[in-house]
Design a protein around this ligand. Structure first.
Ligand code: F0G
Length: 351
């Protein structure tokens, strides 16, 4: 009888919904906040992981999508569209099914992880692979929603941000107050915008006593905010954050400056190191883009920017199963054995 009801029912009074809003939900949110032992030891801090890969479609996008699709349904939309590096499209496709709507997704050709493409396909989305990058896809999605009967569900839609801010509420509800530092990967910059909004709202209403410093990390080959200029041809193995002109750029700067935080970059090598550490030492399998937050924390610690004794939350945004190529690549091939206990025991180093 006691199931988490999804973010709209759990935080109804803090979201722009009314009694006449049809709630389209897969019971998203309520994700684990996992103490990170190895990261805590390395930094001398109390580090927690907000594991957003535990959402119904495997990423934080579900928090925003339950809002976007519910509001689109309330407004009578029959079809939704988004540009995506893969997770938004997976989420939009699933929630559109729940709402009885058609979904159309625009993805950069050859640059989305196989698992995410599989999700959009199996949920019956109409998929167009665009001969361009994510920024081109978003331009196209805006043009289509401006001129045709289809609702845009990217995070430029403000109700997406409203839904995503609930992750901050959950963290404060769990810890009793905001952490000292919150660390996030940054792509289109919707999520850092949303978390900051959530923390500010809880502090303004006295639910939290403080707000955290917001630390954001972009991939080095896709770091327009760090560089202070649009990146024309963004590159990184973390395809989810391969974005050269973030839509919420301005709000990311606000989150950074108002909170006294910073936005920096991490290399693909640093991302993969954090990706492997999370899986091999914390037991948490995330997709490469998600590991950018942890890579950033470790980099900051090495630079002496992390004072010990602080409480830190790193959001890990998406499930590792979405993009398993990097788990398999470079790993030793498992050995094959006959059905024989002695041989198996020997190969396992037990005998
Ligand atoms: N991590 C993952 C796994 C993502 O999918 C994204 C964004 C981000 C981090 C960055 O979040 O854009 O709010 O700064 N993915 C979008 C998509 C762009 O289309 O799925 P952001």
């Amino acid at each position: 009888t006691h199931q988490w009801r999804g973010i709209i029912e759990e935080y109804r009074d803090r979201l722009p919904v009314s009694d006449s809003t049809p709630v389209v939900t897969l019971r998203e949110g309520g994700t684990p906040l996992v103490p990170a032992q190895v990261l805590s030891e390395r930094t001398g801090c109390d580090v927690h992981l907000k594991v957003e890969g535990a959402n119904p479609t495997g990423s934080f996008k579900d928090r925003g999508m339950t809002m976007a699709i519910s509001k689109a349904k309330e407004e009578g939309a029959k079809a939704v569209i988004c540009a995506s590096t893969g997770n938004t499209s997976a989420s939009a496709a699933a929630y559109a099914v729940r709402a009885g709507m058609v979904s159309a997704v625009l993805v950069p050709q050859g640059k989305i992880a196989l698992g995410k493409m599989g999700q959009a396909l199996v949920h019956g989305a109409k998929i167009l692979q665009v001969d361009g990058n994510f920024d081109d896809c978003l331009t196209l999605a805006r043009a289509l929603s401006d001129n045709y009967p289809v609702a845009l569900v990217n995070s430029v839609n403000p109700v997406r941000i409203e839904g995503q801010k609930t992750a901050s509420f959950e963290i404060v509800d769990m810890l009793g107050d905001a952490p000292d530092i919150h660390v996030l990967p940054v792509g289109n910059a919707g999520n850092i915008t949303a978390y900051w909004k959530g923390y500010k709202e809880y502090a303004a209403d006295g639910v939290a006593e403080r707000t955290p410093r917001m630390w954001g990390f972009q991939a080095s080959g896709s770091a327009p905010i760090v560089r202070g200029e649009v990146v024309k041809d963004p590159s990184t193995i973390a395809t989810a954050i391969r974005i050269g002109n973030p839509a919420s750029w301005k709000y990311a700067l606000e989150a950074r400056d108002e909170s006294g935080g910073f936005i920096d970059e991490v290399t693909d090598r640093e991302i993969l190191r954090a990706y492997r550490l999370l899986a091999a030492q914390e037991g948490v399998f995330v997709e490469p883009a998600s590991a950018a937050s942890v890579a950033g924390l470790l980099k900051a610690a090495e630079q002496g920017k992390v004072d010990p004794g602080q409480r830190i939350v790193c959001t890990v945004t998406g499930n590792g199963l979405k993009d398993p190529d990097w788990a398999v690549a470079g790993a030793p091939q498992p050995v094959t054995v006959p059905v024989d206990a002695a041989t198996a025991a020997e190969r396992l180093g037990l005998a």
